[in-house]
Design a binder for this molecule. Structure first.
Ligand SMILES: O=C(O)C1=C[C@@H](OP(=O)(O)O)[C@@H](O)[C@H](O)C1
Ligand SMILES: C=C(OP(=O)(O)O)C(=O)O
Length: 413
């Protein structure tokens, strides 16, 4: 596929953007809806490939369920197909088959799922061969690998004859995603007890109640627009469909970007972004919002705002090793990402002037690499390789970007 060369804007950036819907919220709603016999009317269903794949696989009779590169689709569907006793082979891209799933499989086996590994222990592909309820209703699960295992168990918990008590062990990462799951379950009529002091979640058996549900726009997708406003000389953008009181932890981007020079004003229909003076440095713990790390790292590198990052350990097991990918690509912008304390504290800093040649950014099959680096084009031209990766979460990204600046397809990177 051709690369995309983004040109700096010729005019002040002014735009109204109808953001894509959140794939996270959508994939939870789709599983809940499946558990109610598809009786709820869902609106603003996400066009993201991850959600479209979920939708397709939920309605497919095929034994092979290929989730492509969608983490939530893999984890949520494994739990759903397991407890509904379906015989399936769960698989995905080579990278998906390197993303661990053993923690979820162990928990589902305790509940009575028959799951075996087709190739490597602890990783997809998986063979699901039915469910013989064990009568157990308590599982312990590590909290710091992926919250998606916990959300997957929560979503199917009301369908278990005696519900479930989940004990989270150790640190809990991506907690807002667990809370999002619980709040969406509550909306559909489930009661729950969550104690964050003891890290215990309890879901009694219950039937989800079908109800209309509107999926909110995607705050992770909004982060690229915040970066565009932070980097452009003159920018005012209104993002439609976002709520101040959001279920999405990535709404933290509003607070982060206030430091990097973007003011957020909430309106009836979304949020207006306007430039303000930035501060001189930023320290942020991304434990709750790992998907924002790339956006913020690139933005800080370009604005020459030193960034200290913690809570980014899970980045190594996402669509790519995002720490490695950022290290390689930030170099091309004259910046570096350095590990200060092993696997804990990282710093991003500018070390050289902007490059003479147009940098060509490799995207590592990771939508967020493409979307986080494209805003560099607000300052100088930049080429993004394999731009089609954005379909995973934000298929309209390049069309939306065209509303504020020009880009063209070019042959080589
Ligand atoms: O539950 C979800 O919708 C998600 C949880 C997060 O993953 P981890 O829990 O693996 O950090 C996040 O990175 C992913 O994009 C979506
Ligand atoms: C990590 C991500 O997705 P997933 O884990 O669902 O593949 C993401 O969208 O950044």
């Amino acid at each position: 596929m051709k690369s995309i060369l983004v040109h700096p804007p010729q005019n002040p950036v002014r735009a109204e953007i109808k953001l894509a819907a959140s794939k996270s919220e959508c994939n939870r709603a789709l599983i809940i809806n499946a558990l109610t016999g598809f009786q709820s009317e869902l609106s603003n269903v996400s066009e993201a490939r991850d959600s479209q794949t979920m939708l397709r696989l939920l309605h497919s009779e095929d034994t092979i369920a290929d989730v492509i590169d969608a983490g939530t689709t893999m984890r949520f569907l494994t739990a759903y197909f397991a407890v509904t006793g379906q015989n399936k082979i769960m698989t995905g891209t080579p990278r998906m088959c390197e993303r661990p799933i053993g923690i979820l499989v162990d928990a589902l086996r305790i509940l009575g799922a028959d799951i075996t590994y087709e190739k490597n222990e602890g990783y997809p592909p998986l063979k699901l061969s039915g469910f013989n309820y064990s009568g157990k209703n308590e599982v312990s699960i590590k909290g710091n690998v992926s919250s998606q295992y916990i959300s997957a168990l929560l979503l199917i918990a009301p369908a278990l004859p005696s519900g479930i008590t989940i004990k989270l062990e150790g640190e809990v990462g991506s907690r807002p995603y667990i809370e999002m799951t619980l709040k969406q379950m509550a909306y559909f009529g489930i009661t729950y007890e969550a104690s964050w002091e003891t890290n215990t979640l309890h879901i009694p058996p219950h039937q989800y109640q079908p109800k209309p549900y509107a999926i909110e726009s995607d705050w992770s997708g909004a982060s690229y627009w915040y970066s565009i406003v932070a980097l452009a000389d003159d920018a005012e953008v209104e993002l439609l469909g976002l709520k101040e009181d959001s279920l999405q932890g990535d709404s933290a981007i509003a607070e982060i970007m206030a430091v990097l020079g973007v003011e957020s004003t909430f309106t009836e229909r979304g949020v207006k972004l306007k430039k303000i003076s930035p501060q001189t440095s930023l320290s942020w713990d991304f434990t709750d919002c790992p998907d924002l790390a790339q956006t913020v790292a690139v933005c800080c590198a370009l604005k020459d705002i030193p960034l200290s990052m913690t809570g980014v350990e899970s980045l190594k097991i996402k669509e790519t090793d995002r720490i490695f990918a950022l290290q390689q690509e930030l170099k091309k912008l004259g910046a570096e990402l350095v590990e200060i304390e092993t696997n804990h504290l990282y710093q991003v800093r500018k070390v050289a002037e902007r490059p003479d040649a147009i940098p060509s950014i490799h995207t590592y099959d990771d939508h967020r690499m493409a979307m986080a680096f494209a805003p560099v084009g607000m300052i100088y031209p930049i080429t993004i390789e394999e731009p089609g990766v954005v379909v995973k979460s934000y298929p309209g990204y390049w069309n939306d970007l065209a509303k504020v600046t020009s880009w063209e397809e070019v042959s080589e990177g």
